[in-house]
Design a protein around this ligand. Sequence first.
Ligand code: FAD
Length: 472
Amino acid sequence: GNVDIECDMLVVGAGPGGYSAAFRAADLGMKTVIVERYATLGGVCLNVGCIPSKALLHNAAVIDEVSHMAKNGIKFGAPEVDIDALRGYKEQVINKLTGGLAGMAKMRKVEQVRGIGTFLDANHMEVQATTGTGKDLSGEKKVVKFKQAVIAAGSQAVKLPFIPNDPRIVDSTGALELKSVPKRMLIIGGGIIGLEMGTVYSTLGARLDVVELSDGLMQGADRDLVKVWQDWNAHRFDNIMLSSKTTSIVPKEDGVWVTFEGPKAPTEAQCYDLVLYSTGRSPNGKKVGAENAGVMVDERGFINVDKQMRTNVANIFAIGDLVGQPMLAHKAVHEAHVAAENAAGQKAYFDARVIPGVAYTDPEVAWVGLTEDQAKKDGIKITKGVFPWAASGRAIANGRTEGFTKLIFDAENGLILGGAIVGPHAGDMIGEICLGIEMGADAVDIGKTIHPHPTMGESIGMAAEVAKGVCT
Ligand code: FAD
């Protein structure tokens, strides 16, 4: 048939995975095309994920911080929130970043083709042009012929079948639209995304309920971290329902009425002004016509890849949320570089030992590598070093002593295996522990590294000092 564009590298999806793959491929001399249904580059992360959520969380954190200062002798009045302006600020942040990406694409001569891409075979993709917010088709079609391709179509929020359609029932994208501040908000699913959005709305004035199927919030993090988070945030919640589920959700004129089942569930239906469902994300592997190219997609929509990020079809790679957990932007970016480098003829492997996870709540919760809970479950012999922030001069000066820094070492050789931090800016601190794990540092290396005083970063050195017995 007709071919409209020919290229060395075709990337489908322009999230952190897709644009990173496209930029690296172009830098390595490949003529690169990127297909994206949205008007802008950046995918979920920049448009409706990491970045807008952090723009709102920053404002929430400042409001919360200021509210704690009366006891230091500094009183502010109640904040006056102009929600339209706040939404505008968030949009400005997004535009700055997506605009920057567009510039970087142009500089590298990466051609953007706007529309929904579907593989025709292992060397051709048809793109149905989109307009507006990304879902409307203009009727125009283009065929791109490629030598190699990277599938980076990401993921989308899971909508459980019993959740009705109603403007007051939203996923994270809807919550980020910040249309108004509800009086009562229900969060279905107590993971990072739900609790981040809950933090924003609660600081703006909403009362929160959360319902979570498992027995704890923020699954994946050590329970002692979550306890600190929960104690600090108890004031936001009317009811934290663990080991619980919703049994019915009925939108009515006066609100969305929800019933629950579980140990702390109320017997009567509860009325909410906003319901956020944040019960996980499902991969978009089935949405690019991968089967036409012979690429195997599992029943959930994940695409299996090897350590070179190659699918079962030699000239087609896959990266990001649709190749598996954890669904995080920093994982997607590293996978993207590996895929592009292999496509360009280099030999690259994705062999990260660890991938950190962070909840950008207040306090932040960050962890990487082996957790203490997991070590216990698996019977791995560890030595831990814990430094409570109550013993840190800087934390005391900041009025934030609730947190701690915990390092997990191999009991036999003292090598660092994991780390966990709860407290303001924990996410900014966890990278040092990632580096330690990647470089095979032990407790002495970390304990003898001079950290600046007084910083919270010092707590990492101190935690290693506490555990140093393991290799002295
Ligand atoms: P995506 O960013 O999902 O991008 C995929 C792109 O492909 C989309 O733009 C989509 O429109 C496009 N696409 C799909 N199918 C087609 C098709 N057939 N044709 C054309 N285009 C197509 N991660 C973090 O690391 N830190 C955070 O703080 C963080 N916060 C988050 C907050 C929220 C509210 C959410 C929802 C997610 C958050 N994440 C965070 C996760 C992060 O956004 C994802 O891990 C990341 O965006 C995945 O990148 P990706 O490249 O795989 O795909």
